[in-house]
Design a protein around this ligand. Structure first.
Ligand code: ATP
Ligand code: MG
Length: 398
């Protein structure tokens, strides 16, 4: 997959900019606070209709303006692939999306078509950060590959909000909300369990793929024989998960019929587990005024030599593991969709030591990269296009 061009208007500090990319390395360099990350953020926005550093679209609109727009042109790596376009026009609470000029009703109908893998300095602390960061990573990566995942996530978050509101109300005034609690809590719980099971399924299969890639990448990158293991940790516990999946076949995506059978069996079992958990936790949840179990409490656990890397690995090892996870994300995208996504590096090369930087550069050879840096010579490559960035403008270097 290649990004050919972007046109941006009223996005962050960018008034109006048009940039054509080369299929190899595209470098944007300049001083701090000039608009390097802003441009990368605009490309990334085209992937999932959301920024990677702000959940509120409003903050992305240029100060004093009403809306921003992003126009992207991209193409698949297949022979004779046609150029595709996506347009986002975003106001405070409204988002319009056009794919190849045709209005897209739901974001989930588009997401997955224009795929990127983002590396930013934050990602290097993916291991030592909390579970929320790891869930964000999973959500961004899995949404691009499985549209049903994004749909389930969106529904889950709406149901969770309603359920939490009910629990909060009941905590404050049990008498007043007794009837509504009796009538609706179970309905919310069942819906949350159903969507949560879908999320769990995709996280479970995705993390198994991550595990394989991290093992390979880490071995080569670190030239050692340290053992890594990445596993899914749902709120009902890893032991229970192991029991559930021990009764299932391995999910094989090359055989859709069997894959669907594994998925159905997994969903049934896990939905029941969530329902049981909600039933048992009812009083505790009312006492807490919030939902204590479910997919919004998931984590991805990384072990190094059988010990939890978050607690025991050195800072350097944690960064290598994080890098291996992000490289794995690109590999999985290739495996599932047949082509590499576009790699976006936000100031990440300068954060890496020589070994890791060399490994990463070797790895991305032949793939499209859009990167930012304060220095123009952060990477030596003969097929590189370099822009100087100043106050939201992008000037091509001769
Ligand atoms: P660094 O090297 O420090 O990472 P950068 O070139 O990547 O710098 P950006 O993150 O792209 O910098 O931000 C550039 C500028 O955009 C900042 O000065 C910031 O104040 C400004 N900015 C952020 N949001 C908006 C907005 N909504 N409207 C106008 N300007 C904004
Ligand atoms: Mg920046």
């Amino acid at each position: 997959m290649k990004c050919l061009q972007i046109r941006v208007e009223n996005f962050r500090n960018i008034d109006c900019a048009e940039v054509e990319f080369v299929p190899e390395v595209n470098l944007f360099y300049g001083n701090n606070a000039q608009g390097k990350t802003n441009l990368l953020e605009a490309v990334f926005y085209g992937t999932i209709g959301k920024s990677f550093r702000d959940n509120h679209d409003k903050n992305l609109i240029k100060f004093g303006e009403e809306l921003f727009s992003i126009h992207l042109e991209y193409t698949s790596d297949q022979e004779n692939a046609r150029t595709q376009t996506v347009d986002f026009r975003v106001m405070d609470k409204k988002k319009q999306i056009l794919h190849n000029g045709v209005y897209v009703r739901k974001l989930s109908d588009f997401v997955g078509d224009f795929r990127t893998v983002l590396f930013c300095p934050n990602h290097l602390s993916l291991i030592k950060e909390g579970p929320a960061e790891r869930r964000d990573f999973l959500d961004m990566a899995i949404s691009q590959l499985y549209p049903n995942y994004l749909k389930a996530l969106q529904k889950y978050s709406k149901i969770l909000q309603q359920r939490n509101k009910l629990l909060r109300d009941a905590k404050e005034n049990r008498e007043k909300y007794r009837d509504i609690l009796n009538q609706t809590l179970e309905i919310w719980s069942d819906q949350l369990a159903a969507e949560g099971a879908v999320i769990s399924f995709y996280r479970w299969i995705y993390i198994q793929k991550i595990d394989v890639h991290v093992r390979n990448v880490f071995m080569v990158m670190m030239e050692g024989n340290e053992r890594t293991e990445v596993s899914y940790s749902p709120s009902f516990g890893q032991k229970v998960l192991e029991q559930v999946v021990s009764e299932l076949e391995k999910p094989d995506e090359t055989d859709q019929r069997r894959f669907q059978a594994v998925k159905t069996a997994f969903l049934q079992k896990v939905e029941d587990l969530y329902k049981k958990q909600f039933k048992e936790a009812k009083e505790r949840e009312i006492g807490a005024g919030t939902t204590l179990y479910g997919a919004h409490k998931d984590d991805m656990v990384v072990l190094l030599n059988n010990r939890e890397a978050r607690l025991f690995a050195s800072q350097g090892q944690q960064r290598s593991l994080a890098l291996a996870i992000k490289i794995g994300e690109g590999e999985i995208s290739k495996q599932v969709t047949g082509e590499y996504p576009i790699f976006l590096f936000d100031d990440v090369l300068s954060e890496l030591d020589h070994t890791r930087k060399e490994y990463l550069l070797r790895h991305i050879e032949g793939k499209q990269v859009i990167m930012t840096s304060c220095e123009p010579d952060v990477v030596q490559n003969r097929d590189i296009r370099i822009w100087h960035v100043e106050q939201g403008t992008y000037r091509l270097e001769e």
